[in-house]
Design a protein around this ligand. Structure first.
Ligand SMILES: Cc1ncc(COP(=O)(O)O)c(C=O)c1O
Length: 386
């Protein structure tokens, strides 16, 4: 069969592969990052009402009016940015579509995009489908900081159109400081580069870390294309609601790309999500407390077991150092972990461009009993030592 060359290089998603391995061995699956607890009741109650009342037909292609208005208010509340719901927002099917639409809107085949490594695996596919060539700049473990000179070397290469920035970061849990973001912003301005941000973990942060929106830095409003989502903030990864916020010129193009990619996000789900967008500060404080509790429970357990790992500043992943176990292949380690210990993890090498094989990723967006069961099983991890 003569299938497309462009998609020939796609591999099976490692995360979803590890989910299948977990299922095969009935492991507690801490590989694919989604919560196993319910979304806010106000949202599911509203969804039940909407099921009876509608809307059930296409919404406006770039998103229902009341959703965009509620989103613009929320964005202004948290970032101080004034966002015009008519000209500066497109509602998408998750941040996944938002990123793809952003990349398709700015990149020509052969353009280059700068990406920090380790990176969330979809960025590779976004680059391939939009025809852009990634240039990777390492975030150096264990602190996952970057070297400003290395970043500048990448940004100044001919043909660099955009940089992709995941903040807070999956998988390394970094929350970039204002100073770090300023370094990126200065380079973006100097070399005329867009910054496409993935900010899906904006509300999943641990004190004292704070989220700084790239678009609020001087000179960055018109060159930041913010991709974001309700998936993580409201524990609704299956609702597939995301959005792009950018200046009108960019949004005008994103609207068209989005129209042809998916027409629109699901109308009843947008309607039900509006109540979430209107939650007061107490919801976000509650969310932060909930995730802080999960992080402490999980990382405390890992410490008791005697494992070394990175404690995240944001998002809900830990990278565990497996050097002591004597494996050369982190994927083989993850298969053995599922099979012999009963816990599903993702091999760290799937996030890194560099040759890094000594880390595995576990996530902790789970109920106490799931985390306790996982920790119980992980206490048997030392039997994997070679
Ligand atoms: C960094 C990052 N971006 C995007 C997504 C996907 O977001 P969405 O559900 O909005 O498509 C994920 C999901 O794990 C993620 O970790």
């Amino acid at each position: 069969m003569r299938l497309s060359k462009r998609t020939e290089v796609f591999t099976d998603s490692v995360i979803r592969r590890m989910t299948r391995v977990s299922d095969e061995y009935e492991a507690v699956n801490l590989s694919q990052g989604f919560p196993d607890f319910a979304p806010p009741k106000e949202m599911t109650d509203r969804l039940a009402q909407v099921a009876a009342e509608g809307p059930h037909q296409y919404a406006l292609t770039w998103g229902a009016q009341n959703f965009r208005e509620a989103l613009a208010k929320k964005q202004e509340h948290f970032s101080g940015m004034k966002v015009d719901p008519e000209t500066e927002i497109v509602v998408t099917c998750g941040s996944t579509e938002a990123m793809m639409a952003a990349m398709m809107s700015v990149c020509n085949p052969g353009d280059k995009v700068v990406v920090f490594s380790p990176f969330y695996e979809n960025y590779g596919a976004d680059a391939i489908l939009s025809g852009a060539d990634p240039i990777y700049v390492p975030l150096k473990p264990p602190a996952f900081t970057f070297d400003a000179n290395e970043l500048e070397e990448a940004m100044k290469q001919p043909g660099v159109k955009a940089m992709i920035l995941c903040n807070p970061s999956n998988p390394c849990g970094r929350v970039f400081t204002r100073e770090e973001l300023s370094v990126i912003a200065d380079l973006a301005i100097r070399y005329d580069v867009f910054v496409i941000t993935d900010e899906v973990y904006e509300h999943i942060l641990y004190k004292p870390y704070e989220h700084v929106y790239m678009a609020t830095l001087p000179g960055m409003r018109e060159r930041t294309i913010m991709c974001n989502s309700l998936s993580k903030t409201y524990s609704i990864t299956g609702w597939r609601l995301g959005y792009v916020i950018a200046c009108p010129e960019v949004i005008d193009r994103v609207k068209k790309v989005h129209d042809f990619l998916t027409v629109g996000a699901a109308a009843p789900l947008m309607e039900a999500a509006v109540v979430g967008l209107q939650f007061g500060d107490s919801y976000y404080e509650w969310l932060q407390d909930k995730y802080t509790h999960m992080r402490e429970l999980f990382t405390g357990g890992l410490e008791n077991i005697g494992l070394s790992f990175t404690k995240p500043q944001g998002a809900y992943y830990v990278l565990v150092d497996i050097r002591e176990f004597g494996y050369v292949d982190d994927e083989e380690f993850c298969v053995d972990l599922a099979k012999e210990v009963g816990v599903g993890a993702v091999p760290g090498s799937s996030f890194f461009r560099e040759d890094v094989n000594h880390l595995i990723r576990l996530h902790f967006a789970k109920q106490d009993q799931t985390l306790t069961e996982a920790l119980d099983r992980l206490s048997g991890i030392w039997k994997l030592r070679k």
